[in-house]
Ligand binder design. Structure first.
Ligand code: AMP
Ligand code: ZN
Length: 494
């Protein structure tokens, strides 16, 4: 019997706004699509939070024994805000600024994304399709929507007719916005449009001469609208109706609402059974975002090179920090919270390692089987990672009791405890133990440089400037830069 037959998983569905018992369309197999990054800049920690939350979902479904096909796309044909009417294609913009081919921009930031996900020990998806690799499929969908009567062509561009769709299928099921709300929200665009109605959205846009990325189509040399690629790639690889579609909360409207409209217009069925949306990572109480610059990059976190950080944090600690909040809660990024998470993470790893040296006797006061089920219960309740982590700390307390000789454990229980800790810490949360060997080099370096900073301070207070300058200059030659600030001296690696 598979684990998924023993465990009851409940998932919050943004469409029904309730937690529903999860039951995939094909027993034992799950199809999941997650909107991937737009690759025109480095991913920030907010993006990482969303992708790591879905890595947790992917990992837990696999832990339950499901065969999962996880599709996460790469948006490499820049999506346009306001359907390109006033927005700019961010990939083309970046290509101009950096004097690169658009595909060089795409390659550079796709590689960065993969490296970053690798550092976080996120599993690669089963299929990672690109928008530019699916232009034909996107054109076919536009043709279908036109033939169903829900889209119209104007001057070489094609628009989705939202009002017509709304009459037959009802628009706004996911976001809860009705047509009137949408119209009032898009009022500012009414003057400049080829659209019949302001709420209509582009399926295909005719390319202006300066638009370098364009493809032939029955309507014009142009490019697909923002929402189309996800409909094309999700239905191609997962079918017209599949289990889970995910993304950040900010994609619910208009992106996912438009995906539903496109798919229903083509196939007359709802494309997705469960819509999952992750909440935002904020910085100073505001959403982390690429465009406003209010963000922290993973590289800054791993090196400590950002003024709001007191030190570097490993990818595992950063991930542990994020999993200490539920994926549907807002999480505010702060140095203090990371410092606290690091302590917790170190404690957990230390407990896990110490299980190797525990001697067994008779069963103790801790019911290991019941505790194991509590770990599953936490994850079965809409992937509640903070409760799971609290359960792991319960085990950690017991392990401390064992180490101090205040508790006992049977051999069977020790085996089960060790396996369960391993399953959840490494397989489900996808953490790695960096506390033992890897990180110790970093700690040793920090210790050595801090000693040199201290010696330099002593030299300066003795007015021995030759020595203090020598320490600073020779460290710089070795690639270590000292930075004197009002709160003392810090260092960074060049
Ligand atoms: P983008 O590359 O902008 O399309 O974003 C990729 C993913 O990151 C999307 O699912 C977004 O919803 C998500 N995202 C963007 N900003 C944040 C944030 N501050 N917190 C969590 N997820 C975010
Ligand atoms: Zn998408």
């Amino acid at each position: 019997m598979s684990l998924f037959e023993q465990q009851e998983l409940y998932v919050y569905n943004s469409l029904s706004k309730t937690k529903e018992k999860f039951s995939p369309i094909h027993p034992g197999a799950v199809g999941m699509y997650v909107c991937g990054p737009t690759v025109y800049s480095n991913v920030h920690m907010g993006n990482c939070r969303t992708f790591l939350s879905f890595d947790l979902v992917f990992r837990y479904l696999k832990q339950l024994g499901y065969k999962v096909r996880y599709v996460r796309n790469i948006t490499d044909a820049g999506h346009l805000e306001n359907d390109g009417e006033s927005g700019d294609d961010p990939i083309l913009k970046k290509a101009r600024i950096e004097k690169l081919e658009p595909m060089e921009v795409v390659q550079k930031y796709t590689v960065d994304f993969h490296e970053t996900m690798g550092k976080f020990n996120a599993l690669p998806p089963s299929i990672e399709p690109t928008a530019t690799g699916h232009i034909i499929e996107q054109i076919q969908i536009v043709e279908r929507i036109i033939s169903e009567g829900y889209a119209y062509e104007k001057n070489g561009s094609v628009y989705f007719d939202v009002a017509k769709f709304d009459q037959d299928h009802k628009y706004g099921k996911l976001s809860g916005r009705n047509l009137e709300d949408t119209i009032s929200n898009t009022r500012e665009l009414t003057t400049q449009s080829e659209k019949r109605n302001p709420q209509d959205f582009a399926l295909w846009k005719k390319a202006e001469p300066q638009h370098i990325m364009h493809w032939p189509s029955p309507w014009s040399d142009g490019f697909p609208g923002w929402h189309l690629e996800c409909t094309a790639m999700s239905t191609k690889y997962l079918g017209n109706n599949f289990d889970i579609h995910g993304g950040g909360m900010d994609l619910k409207f208009p992106h996912h609402e438009c995906e539903i409209a496109q798919a229903e217009a083509c196939n007359h069925e709802s494309p997705v059974n469960v819509w999952m949306h992750t909440n935002m990572l904020t910085l100073n109480g505001k959403k982390m975002s690429k465009s406003t610059g209010n963000n922290i990059l993973p590289g800054e976190l791993f090196s400590g090179e950002n003024d709001i950080l007191s030190k570097a944090f490993s990818p595992a600690v950063s991930k542990f920090f994020m999993f200490q909040a539920h994926y549907r809660s807002i999480l505010d990024f702060s140095n203090d919270a990371l410092v606290a998470s690091e302590k917790g993470y170190n404690r957990l790893m230390e407990s896990y390692r110490s299980l190797d040296n525990i001697s067994t006797s008779t069963a103790g006061s801790f019911d290991v089987s019941k505790w194991r089920q509590s770990c599953y219960d936490a994850m079965n309740d809409d992937f509640n990672s903070p409760i799971l982590i609290a359960q792991l700390f319960e085990a950690s307390k017991y392990i401390n009791g064992l180490k101090e000789g205040k508790e006992t454990i049977s051999a069977d229980d020790l085996g089960l405890l060790q396996k369960t800790m391993h399953d959840f810490i490494f397989d489900v949360l996808g953490l790695v133990d960096t506390t033992s060997e890897n990180n110790s080099d970093g700690n040793k370096l920090t210790g050595a440089v801090e000693l040199l900073i201290e010696l330099r301070n002593q030299a300066r207070s003795n007015k021995d400037f030759a020595t203090s300058d020598q320490i600073r200059d020779q460290l710089l030659e070795a690639g270590i830069q000292l930075n004197d600030g009002k709160d003392g001296t810090t260092f960074s690696l060049n």
